[in-house]
Design a protein around this ligand. Sequence first.
Ligand SMILES: Cc1ncc(COP(=O)(O)O)c(C=O)c1O
Length: 415
Amino acid sequence: MKAGGRLAVDGGEPVRSEPMPSRGLMTAAERAAVMQLFDEAIAEGTAFGYSGPRERQFEADFAEFMGGGFADGVNSGSNAVYCALGALRLDALAEVIVPAVTDPGGIMPVPLLGCVPVVADTDGEGFNTSAEQIEPLITQRTRAIVVAHIMGEPADMDPIMELARAHDLYVVEDCAQSHGARYKGRLVGTIGHIASFSTMFGKHFTTGGQGGIVYTRDEELHWEGRRFADRGKPFNLDAEANVRAGLNCNLNEIGATIGSVQLKRLPQMIERRRKIGEAVKEALAECGAVRIGGQAPGTECSYWYLRVRLNLEALRVGKQQFCRALAAEGIPNLPDYPTAVSEAPWFRDKAVFGNSGFPWDCSDYDGPRDPQSCSENAMRSLQENIPLPLHENYGPQEAEDIITALRKLEAAYLH
Ligand SMILES: Cc1ncc(COP(=O)(O)O)c(C=O)c1O
């Protein structure tokens, strides 16, 4: 560790010259399990498909990880949000409140279902929204709220659920970035009515390149979601043919096989992320200008990325320069991630169904024609917060290097 002194960006010695450890997310265990799938298919002269025994096992394994309930493997986190919303059978033109800072795949399903996304601002601290931001947006047309737990930090769910109960609204928890995070002892995804997870390769665990899971403890919502995710097949119904319109969002046997192997390691992977995140949080607690920002009460974060908050008033550089200096110290960071939904051209231009402007411009919709977005806090939080990559192969040395580099920059850049 080389701390203090001239910043690396100014020609000094960097805190860390080794690259950060790689994830090594794929192991011989995943390969062996997939090879066995191939061996069985070759021996039987069949092709492995989807919705087969491996997927059923993966879904059972995931439900067990969640402490019960029902899981449906799908082919992406975006489609997990789509199918979770599809399970709710919302009427067209219903308003759905969505978070200001999330992945586009966490919001685009709303207009694609013919519903109107209404963007709730962040809580003024990090990237998550809050009941305070959601409440003024509720109208007669609101039917659901999508709450994303961004960067592995749970949103403050109790006030959101209270609000939802008072207004008879569904809550979809988007857990794409927060596998295994807890809020007041409860796993995220078990608090709202239904939840979505992404298992794309950059997430806490993966089903291969892409994948997702729809999870709920409500059996009827589970069957609706499953029907919606597979062209409306009449699962668990006494019907001859397809009962709903839906797309084919199925996972497949290879992805499910990989997912089941990974799930065995997931608790340990989450614990390691948590250890690093908490070590940095604790070490920076006394820092005035560079610290891990406030988190909702009673949360145990699973740190997809580590969100570092800058007090820009106390520093004489902006975020971009701080990020460059941090990278020069050997600490990778993402200065331009995440982004605000309302700033994207597709949202501003209502580019969903050709040039129709649907759903906003539909004559049957009596809400505002301009896409609604409250994102003042969000824009500020994007200026103030820096995501640092973090994963299960980071150890005490990586935590120490992050802490040393952040302290070094703070000392150098304080007014
Ligand atoms: C909060 C959130 N929702 C949805 C998605 C979409 O997931 P996917 O990339 O698996 O489609 C992501 C992806 O990062 C996400 O972070």
